[in-house]
Design a protein around this ligand. Structure first.
Ligand SMILES: Cc1cc2nc3c(=O)[nH]c(=O)nc-3n(C[C@H](O)[C@H](O)[C@H](O)COP(=O)(O)O)c2cc1C
Length: 402
């Protein structure tokens, strides 16, 4: 989940379709991009293209209960493609890991049936789907945790907001997890992984990016611990590794993925030496045979470009240490995506905002069709508007012809 000060994010919706000006020359109606539309191995799965739907919190689950409902089935089914991969929106593994009312859960068995309808719909279109498992840590509120103070690596005051039944409110003061509580957190992730399996997913991705609990342990701006979970990069990566091993006991390592945001500043994050921290993370994950390592480029802070035109850097750097499958994300357009996979610095590219606005994004990229613009004001919460009503390309054409 990505959320900046919501008043800043809500900028009006653009109205005209944007030209996919980055599309290279077409050959016989098909885009000349080739590598993006070749097969790629993700664990035991062979995908037929490399255009992935990024995890995108949309806050449209049924309330109360955080159960995925029919509108979510429609949304994900619209975005499924033959041989394509979808990563679910971040999904809390515990009531105490929630930060945004409306986000769907996987923290009790009642969530399984709702998600199963979604994975069935995605599979029916020949697609594959991983669930992103989430614990927000300090970015929560006692109304969401049902009482307990939000937890983090250390007491780390934070001036962000959480979305509760009272709307956007300042997060509640957090407390440091006692070392004896850590196995309980790991078990919540393991149970979430087990439920994801029961719900028909093809694998799971751990949300270790964007300033949530695992990232709060990884980066030393929030991790001041003096026990075996704090201090060196090795110690700060210990919670991540404990969770990786626990969820792999359910799935096998080749259906487990990890999302990290090296140098990520989102949610008030910082690290005194992000290169050392994240190089270490890539190095310890490398031998495990994970499905993929998902790397968010620091040129995007959450869902906002930090600076236009910056080239990707994080995936290129970590490729030195991680020889398995790499998925890059953050600020990619079709041309940039083709470039990074053609160079071999990444194997897959996840698209966020473009996938929100273009249910048929892989097809549009393959054929060099124009992309619909996205509407920030309907990113988080609400109804079908800005969710399931973005037009497919054919609908666009007929609208224009009318
Ligand atoms: C509405 C919205 C919700 C998001 N929710 C999540 C999320 O649940 N988990 C996550 O890891 N990243 C989340 N992100 C970040 C995206 O996955 C992606 O990294 C970001 O949008 C940059 O990619 P883009 O430039 O292709 O949009 C979200 C972004 C947006 C715009």
């Amino acid at each position: 989940m990505i959320m900046k000060n919501h008043t800043v994010l809500v900028t009006g919706a653009p109205t005209a379709p944007v030209k996919n000006s980055n599309s290279p020359v077409h050959k016989h109606g098909e885009i000349s991009m080739s590598k993006l539309f070749t097969t790629v191995q993700v664990g035991p799965i062979v995908l037929s293209h490399r255009v992935v739907m990024a995890p995108l919190t949309r806050m449209r689950s049924e309330q109360p209960g955080d159960v995925p409902g029919n509108i979510m089935v429609e949304y994900y089914a619209q975005r499924a493609s033959e041989g394509g991969l979808i990563i679910s929106e971040a999904t809390p593994v515990a009531l105490t890991g929630r930060g945004y009312l409306g986000a769907p859960g996987i923290y009790n068995d009642a969530h399984i049936a709702g998600w199963k309808k979604i994975t069935d719909a995605v599979h029916a279109k020949g697609g594959r789907m991983f669930m992103q498992l989430w614990h927000v840590g300090r970015t929560s509120h006692v109304d969401l945790t049902d009482g307990p103070a939000p937890v983090s690596a250390s007491v780390a005051p934070y001036e962000g907001v959480a979305f509760t039944h009272n709307g956007w409110v300042p997060v509640s003061p957090n407390r440091a997890l006692d070392i004896r509580e850590i196995p309980g957190i790991v078990e919540e992730f393991r149970k979430g992984a087990e439920r994801a399996r029961a719900a028909g997913f093809d694998g799971v991705e751990l949300h270790a990016a964007n300033g949530y609990l695992i990232d709060q342990f990884l980066q030393d701006g929030t991790n001041k611990r003096i026990d075996s979970y704090g201090g060196s990069p090795e110690n700060r990566a210990r919670l991540l590794m404990d969770i990786v091993h626990a969820v792999a006991s359910v799935w096998g390592y080749n259906r487990v993925a990890v999302r990290i945001a090296p140098s990520g500043k989102w949610n008030g994050m910082s690290d005194s030496n992000p290169t050392a921290t994240f190089n270490h993370v890539a190095q310890v994950l490398a031998p495990l045979g994970l499905a993929y390592l998902h790397i968010v480029e620091p040129r995007v802070i959450g869902s906002q470009e930090e600076a236009d035109g910056l080239p990707p850097a994080a995936a290129i750097n970590l490729r030195q240490f991680f020889k398995g499958t790499i998925m890059a994300a953050g600020g990619f357009d079709p041309k940039g995506a083709e470039e990074i996979v053609a160079k071999g610095d990444a194997d897959l590219v996840a698209f966020g905002r473009h996938f929100i606005a273009n249910p048929d994004l892989p097809k549009r990229i393959r054929l060099g069709l124009p992309l619909n613009p996205y509407d920030r004001s309907s990113f988080y919460g609400g109804n079908a508007h800005g969710y399931t009503d973005y037009p497919f390309y054919e609908e666009n054409k007929s609208q224009h012809a009318a």
